[in-house]
Design a binder for this molecule. Structure first.
Ligand code: B4P
Length: 217
């Protein structure tokens, strides 16, 4: 399955370019379980800080909308609440970084989601003399996550939001594979827990305060 995906991406959009170094970058990971508000807050943060927003969920949904081979294979996994293979999303992020040499920094939303993706991201950024500055982790209870995603499913048309068992499978996948991402960055003292329940504006205020502390330092 993974190699089929990799062939798809290598055959289509995988690009090799020479790396450009930009030392002043500020790179942020917005972290949390499905439905914790990563997409919602990313929209506001990229507008405020001028960061380039990279959402692997959006990139995958765009492949699905365009009915590419990669998108059709990804949809099968996403519809079961499973993660897409590491090689696929790492390839997408590599291309996206290479395509935005002008970026002041990146806001990674929904990536990395496994330990292997975290290590690959660190390696990619090091080629730009850059690193992750902070991981902002949204903390939301499971019942609130399920409620939000079922609610979004009423209007979004997203098949992975319409069934409670798929939503619970996504949350289980998060605990099984994605929680390791926070463990990885905790070793470097880069993880900050932010309460993710309350109004969108209050949560945005708390996230902004954490960024301001670090970007001013
Ligand atoms: P994603 O697209 O990353 O999305 P998500 O986890 O569903 O949601 P997010 O946390 O962004 O929540 P949102 O702001 O929208 O992933 C989808 C799938 O793609 C994954 O399951 C996986 O299969 C695949 N995938 C993606 N990246 C991958 C990777 N790196 N590796 C492998 N597979 C990958 O908020 C949700 C809802 O809550 C919205 O309706 C919003 O309006 C509402 N909401 C937000 N904040 C709120 C608040 N404060 N109060 C009340 N409601 C709120």
């Amino acid at each position: 399955m993974a190699s089929k995906f990799v062939n798809g991406i290598l055959g289509s959009s995988f690009i090799f370019v020479s790396f450009q170094s930009f030392k002043e970058m500020f790179n942020l990971i917005l972290f949390g379980p499905p439905g914790s508000g990563k997409g919602t807050q990313s929209e506001k943060l990229m507008e405020k800080y001028g960061l380039k927003h990279l959402s692997t969920g959006d990139l995958l949904r765009s492949e699905i909308a365009n009915k590419t081979v990669l998108g059709l294979e990804a949809k099968k996994l996403m519809d079961q609440g499973q993660l897409v293979p590491d090689e696929v999303v790492i390839g997408m992020i590599q291309s996206a970084l290479a395509n935005h040499p002008e970026a002041r920094g990146f806001l990674f939303d929904g990536f990395p989601r496994t330990k292997a993706q975290s290590e690959a991201l660190d390696n990619l950024l090091s080629k730009y003399n850059a690193a992750i500055n902070v991981v902002l982790a949204l903390n939301v209870s499971e019942e609130e996550l399920v409620k939000r995603l079922l609610n979004r499913g009423l209007t979004s048309g997203r098949s992975d939001d319409s069934k409670e068992d798929v939503i619970r499978a996504r949350i289980a996948e998060y605990h099984n594979k994605t929680a390791a991402v926070a463990d990885h960055y905790r070793k470097f003292d880069k993880v900050v827990l932010v309460h993710g329940e309350g109004t969108v504006d209050d949560i945005f205020g708390a996230l902004s305060a954490e960024i301001d502390k670090r970007s001013a330092a």
